[in-house]
Structures are given as structure tokens and as C-alpha cells.
Design a protein around this ligand. Structure first.
Ligand SMILES: *Cc1c(COP(=O)(O)O)cnc(C)c1O
Length: 383
């Protein structure tokens, strides 16, 4: 794909976020969650940035992401796979000292088989089913796991015990989350009584770590906050309310996605802009074309809705987002010229565009748009 845009990651913003997290979360291991190509930021530059600032534990979804981290790590950081490992990959995972969530009997037997063959212990985090009902061991299955751990001395090394909450970013799930946490504690106690050395207990994602301090335990798995986004508006409001002071958002977005003006033209009042009839120029309108479209990850949902920054002005996307282009109404500043910088996500001076700066859906949309930014758009660290 032709390079029509690039991404900058701000070192100083990252430092701000990490300092905030360390201060708020206290003495707990922070595992940096970098699934989804580091939420679109790029595993490669993001791992470099994080390691520069002392992070040495990374959580990924799958074995291919673990490979990417292994290829770039300079500090031999710990890598933990929270999700998928194919039967072909499990040998590579075990022989490369990568730890992983063990969440069902199938994987248990696979892990035992490979560990026995390779002579290396499988480093497991036992995922407990506590009510999310996605993956994790139920109590009955745990009985079998305990038996396997004891019978296969040394083949399974329990590094930790974990679970995941069903929506800690919303108070609507409060009761369910509390129940999950209670059940988790109960199961941990039971495992210990059964003679299992459970290692690190970890349950919290960003929202839980902030809103429910007792979920932090020995380690937290922090994704979205480290990138400077809140899991939900509610989490931010809860945080600010608890602090009891009028504060503004302490986090800074580290991503800035930039392109440039490709062409400028004037449209006469009464004309439609772009495909179809979705945008009618109600007056003479200056339009700038930007060479980024849905093929580059800029969602069609932002047709007639998105905002970009040019010369510190927040300007609207007009008409449909095309495959490789979008149109911006620059009538507010008709002097804007070809080649000028366009910020698709990020800040410019005082102003900011989050990925989607509208409506109730914006947080989910932010996540989705971020992770869809293609891997091959160049990403650079800036100060
Ligand atoms: C994605 C994920 C996290 C991190 O979630 P954030 O809300 O981005 O902090 C933590 N744990 C698990 C199991 C995850 O899948």
C-alpha cells in the first residue's frame, strides 16, 4: 500500500500515562496489554517505548503476537499469551519460555504432552471461570487440573491464577463483577488448600484496576489506559469523583495519525459532494481531499461525521468516506493548501480529535478504529 499517512507515538505522553498508572495503582506489577497490534499503535514501536520506561511484562492475545514481541524485545521481557495458541504453536511457546493462560482440558493435555516431549515445563496461568462465561476452568475441571499438576511433577509450572471481569467499565455490572471477585478469592483459597502454589493472582484490566482497587492483587493487565484512552466515560467520571477535586483528564493520547491535503477545490452552492447525495453544499464550499479512506482503516461510519485537524481547526468530513480518500469542508479556512498537515487522530496545540468525537458509541468506536489502522502504515516514536 502506498504510504499516504503515518503515525507518531509521543514519548512524553506515554511517560505521563505510565507515571499516572504507577502512582494510582501502587506497588503492583503492570503487565502491558498489547493485543490488537498494541491497540493499533504498533507492537514494534510500542514495546520499544514501554521497555525504555521500565516495563518488562507484556500480555498478548496469540502466539503470532508473542513472536513479534520476542523479535523486538531488548530486555528479554516476560510475554504472556491470554488467548489463542494453535496446536502447532504450543511447542514453540513452551520451548521459548512464554507463559500462557490455561483455560480448558484440551489445552491442558496438549501442554502436558509437549512439556514431556521437550523437557521444558509449561509455564501456565490458570484461568478461572468466575462468571464471564467465555474461557476458564470450572470447579469440576479444576479437580482434574490439580490431579494432573500433582501427577506430572515439574511439567506444569503454575506462574499465576487469573480471571477476567464482565465489564468493569460500567456500574451496571457492579454486582456481577463483585461476585466474580469473591468467587475468584474462594477458588484461590481452595487451590492453596489443595497444595497448589498459585503464584501471581491477577484479575484486573484498566477499568477494574481503577474502579475496584481490591482487584489489583499481585499484577494488573493494563491495556487502554496506557495509550491514554479511558475504558469508558463512566470510568473517568468515577475516578474524578473519587478524587473529590475538579481535575481534568490526567491521561494523554500517545497516538497521532497524520496525513496531508492532497487537493483543494471550490464547490458551488447546490452541488452534491462525492458519491450519491449524502452531502449537499448549502453554500459555496471549499473542499480538501485527504488520501486516506476505509482501505486505510478510516471507517465509513465517519462519513459526514468524522473530524480532522488542519491548522488547529477542527473540520468536518463531508460526504461518504471513500476507499482511499475523504473530503473535508475547509470553508472556515479557505487558505488551506495542498501538502498541509492533516491530523486524523491526535492533538494539535489545544485541540484534539479522538478517533470518533461524537455520540454514545464513541468509546467502542475508538477501540475498533484504533485496532483497524493497518499494520503497514509507518509508525515512529517522537519526543
Ligand atoms: C484486553 C484484555 C485486558 C486489558 O483490557 P483494557 O480494558 O484495555 O485494560 C486485560 N485482560 C484480558 C484478559 C484482556 O483480554
Amino acid at each position: 500500500m502506498q504510504r499516504t499517512s503515518h503515525i507518531e507515538l509521543s514519548r512524553s505522553s506515554y511517560r505521563t500515562n505510565l507515571e499516572f498508572l504507577r502512582e494510582e495503582l501502587g506497588d503492583v506489577i503492570i503487565s502491558s496489554v498489547i493485543k490488537g497490534n498494541a491497540y493499533g499503535h504498533g507492537i514494534r514501536p510500542f514495546v520499544e517505548l514501554a521497555e525504555e520506561h521500565g516495563i518488562d511484562h507484556f500480555s498478548v492475545f496469540s502466539a503470532d503476537e508473542a513472536r513479534e514481541v520476542k523479535n523486538v524485545t531488548r530486555h528479554d521481557s516476560e510475554v504472556m499469551i491470554m488467548g489463542y495458541i494453535s496446536d502447532e504453536d504450543i511447542e514453540w511457546v513452551i520451548t521459548n519460555d512464554i507463559s500462557f493462560f490455561l483455560f480448558d482440558i484440551h489445552r491442558l493435555h496438549k501442554a502436558l504432552e509437549v512439556a514431556a516431549k521437550s523437557g521444558k515445563p509449561a509455564r501456565i496461568h490458570i484461568e478461572l471461570e468466575t462468571g464471564f462465561n467465555r474461557t476458564g476452568f470450572t470447579k469440576d475441571e479444576l479437580t482434574e487440573l490439580i490431579r494432573c499438576i500433582k501427577e506430572n511433577d515439574g511439567l506444569l509450572k503454575v506462574e499465576g491464577v487469573c480471571t477476567h471481569y464482565a465489564g468493569a467499565e460500567s456500574i451496571a455490572n457492579h454486582v456481577r463483577v463483585r461476585k466474580q471477585k469473591e468467587l475468584f478469592e474462594e477458588r484461590c483459597t481452595w487451590l492453596k488448600r489443595e497444595g497448589i502454589d498459585i503464584g501471581l493472582r491477577h484479575t484486573a484490566c484498566s477499568a477494574a484496576a481503577l474502579s475496584y482497587p481490591d482487584t489489583r492483587m499481585d499484577m494488573v493487565r493494563i491495556g487502554i489506559l496506557q495509550y491514554g484512552f479511558w475504558p469508558s466515560r463512566e470510568t473517568l467520571i468515577r475516578f474524578l469523583t473519587r478524587k473529590g477535586i475538579e481535575r481534568c483528564d490526567p491521561l494523554k493520547r500517545i497516538i497521532c495519525w497524520k496525513s496531508e491535503v492532497m487537493s483543494v477545490k471550490k464547490i458551488t452552492r447546490g452541488e452534491f459532494v462525492g458519491y450519491g447525495t449524502s452531502y449537499l453544499a448549502e453554500q459555496d464550499t471549499y473542499v480538501a481531499t485527504v488520501p486516506v479512506g476505509y482501505a486505510h482503516g478510516y471507517s465509513r461510519v465517519l462519513s459526514n461525521q468524522g473530524r480532522v485537524l488542519i491548522r488547529d481547526h477542527r473540520l468536518g468530513v463531508i460526504g461518504m468516506v471513500n476507499m482511499n480518500m475523504m473530503m473535508i469542508d475547509i470553508s472556515e479556512n479557505p487558505g488551506i493548501k495542498e501538502g498541509e498537515e492533516v491530523i486524523l487522530i491526535g492533538t494539535d496545540g489545544e485541540r484534539e480529535v479522538s478517533v470518533a468525537s461524537f455520540g454514545e458509541l464513541s468509546n467502542q468506536l475508538n477501540y475498533e478504529l484504533l485496532v483497524r489502522i493497518p499494520h503497514n502504515i509507518p509508525r515512529y516514536i517522537v519526543d
